[in-house]
Design a protein. Structure first.
Length: 138
């Protein structure tokens, strides 16, 4: 799927029905070719067809860097993608892992501790026993 997606990219995808898919969507679907384990493929939908005899929706797919559509490949002829094959539709991708700013994380933790302390003091002060939190000297 290069140049759109590269090795190591992080994909966010949602389960989807075949009726919701449009040409141009990036899909994750089960590989037709069974390797030792089941593999998933990420390719773009290039065309949507309907089988007139069965009224099933069929999807043509292609990897962005591939020369042929999956269904026109002279080396491995992959059948049209059907609803049972689809795992989901890609909604977002990033070319690098999520990074957390350590300073913001520290600030968040400190504010959380302070807020929880104030909440505990408020609950203690609001209790019926009225425990004294502070002594005042006159």
């Amino acid at each position: 799927m290069e140049p759109t997606l590269g090795k190591g990219d992080i994909l966010l995808w949602i389960p989807t029905k075949i009726e919701e898919i449009k040409a141009g969507d990036i899909l994750i679907f089960k590989s037709y070719v069974k390797w030792p384990d089941e593999k998933l493929i990420v390719h773009r939908v290039t065309n949507i067809k309907v089988d007139k005899s069965t009224d099933k929706v069929l999807l043509e797919t292609k990897g962005d860097a591939n020369q042929w559509k999956d269904q026109d490949n002279p080396y491995i002829n992959i059948p049209y993608i059907q609803g049972d094959d689809i795992q989901g539709r890609v909604v977002c991708f990033r070319s690098y892992p999520l990074k957390i700013n350590i300073n913001l994380l520290i600030i968040f933790v400190v504010i959380s501790i302070i807020l929880s302390s104030f909440i505990q003091l408020y609950k203690l002060n609001d209790s019926k026993d009225k425990k004294f939190l502070f002594k005042t000297y006159l």
